[in-house]
Design a protein around this ligand. Structure first.
Ligand code: ASN
Ligand code: ZN
Ligand code: CA
Length: 336
């Protein structure tokens, strides 16, 4: 049995050497199981694509070697990212785990071969992370871990249907909270930003390569910056651009991130460069309350505007700067 909480060291790929919570077993060895966060545990799928995998085990409670040569390295990244995400939900939103029931989830790493993706599954209540390959590192960095775990939170709250506009909102929710976890974790190895997955690029000298760009979604070559009715027929990872763009403007206003040559006017759809700008702390609370209190499985972008206005009203009052910021940020992405 492994039921004594222990503090180990994760020699991660992306986050340096980090503290991770593990379990000490009666034979003196350790397992990568977090007894301080509902027993969430991390396993090695050993390149298989099914099953629960083998829980990482170790003799000295020091995990990985900061390189992928050691299979436990990316296990440490995932275990750490999930712990940071757990703490983010607990400390910022008062949510106790994915289902708000205190129960940790399974995280599986080393899924398949050359798999350049990661995903949440409702059926196993688990996260799965691929190893990347070629130009991509393993997909276990902090915003990806936060993204996938947040799919679990969405599933256990608004349960936004994963297609059409509600699917875009589902994806947005994961990008929003993945990014807020990146800010929350405040790791010295990862300057936070509003890009998704920037760390998985082997070649990223300018730091501007990413899977998605919340401040200007079209930089990915496929996502829309501004709402139109056809966003509902796009892949949910593109229609998410509207919600991501709204959230960026809400939190930061029309400010250009370092390293990009985009004018404030190019960051909005309606010329209003003073839209939003209420700060991350208020923006994340508004989105969370909208998700858990107002959105339902078929909420669309018009419904998301109403849900976030309701949340801003509850939290800050009608006519508050935060309430007005929600209204102006939605209008600035074309959701009126
Ligand atoms: N990484 C993707 C996501 O979490 C996997 C998918 O397409 N569902 O959105
Ligand atoms: Zn997703
Ligand atoms: Ca990021």
């Amino acid at each position: 049995t492994c039921n004594t909480s222990a503090s180990g060291t994760g020699k991660s790929l992306f986050s340096g050497n980090v503290g991770i919570n593990t379990a000490k077993c009666s034979d003196g060895t350790y397992q990568m199981k977090d007894l301080t966060r509902g027993g969430g545990y991390t396993t090695d799928l050993k390149n298989r694509t099914s099953g629960s995998g083998t829980t990482f085990a170790d003799a000295d409670n020091s995990w990985g070697s900061n390189t992928t040569a050691d299979r436990a390295t990316v296990g440490a990244d995932a275990h750490y990212g999930v712990a940071e995400t757990w703490d983010y939900y607990k400390n910022v939103h008062g949510r106790n785990g994915i289902a708000n029931d205190g129960k940790g989830a399974l995280s599986r790493v080393h899924y398949g071969r050359n798999y350049v993706n990661a995903f949440w599954s409702d059926s196993c209540f688990c996260m799965t992370f691929g190893d990347g390959g070629g130009s991509y590192y393993p997909l276990v960095n902090i915003d990806v871990a936060g993204h996938e775990m947040s799919h679990g939170v969405t599933s256990r709250s608004a349960n936004l249907t994963y297609s059409g506009e509600s699917g875009g909102l589902n994806e947005s929710t994961s990008d929003i909270f993945g990014t807020m976890v990146e800010y929350y974790s405040n790791n010295a190895n990862d300057t936070p930003d509003y890009m998704i997955g920037e760390e998985i690029y082997v070649n990223n000298p300018s730091g501007t390569a990413a899977l998605r760009y919340m401040f200007k979604p079209s930089l990915d070559g496929a996502s829309p910056d501004c709402y139109s009715p056809n966003v509902g027929s796009m892949d949910v990872h593109y229609s998410s651009g509207i919600g991501n763009h709204f959230f960026y403007l809400l939190a930061e206003g029309a400010t250009t991130p370092a390293g990009f040559n985009v004018t404030p006017a190019q960051l909005v759809c309606n010329g209003n460069t003073s839209a939003g700008g209420i700060g991350r702390a208020a923006a994340e609370k508004i989105w969370y309350l909208a998700l858990t209190g107002y959105m339902t499985s078929n909420t669309n972008y018009a419904g998301a505007r109403t849900a976030t206005l309701n949340a801003a009203r509850d939290l800050y009052g009608t006519g508050s700067a935060q309430y007005n910021g929600v209204a102006s940020a939605w209008s600035a992405v074309g959701v009126n």
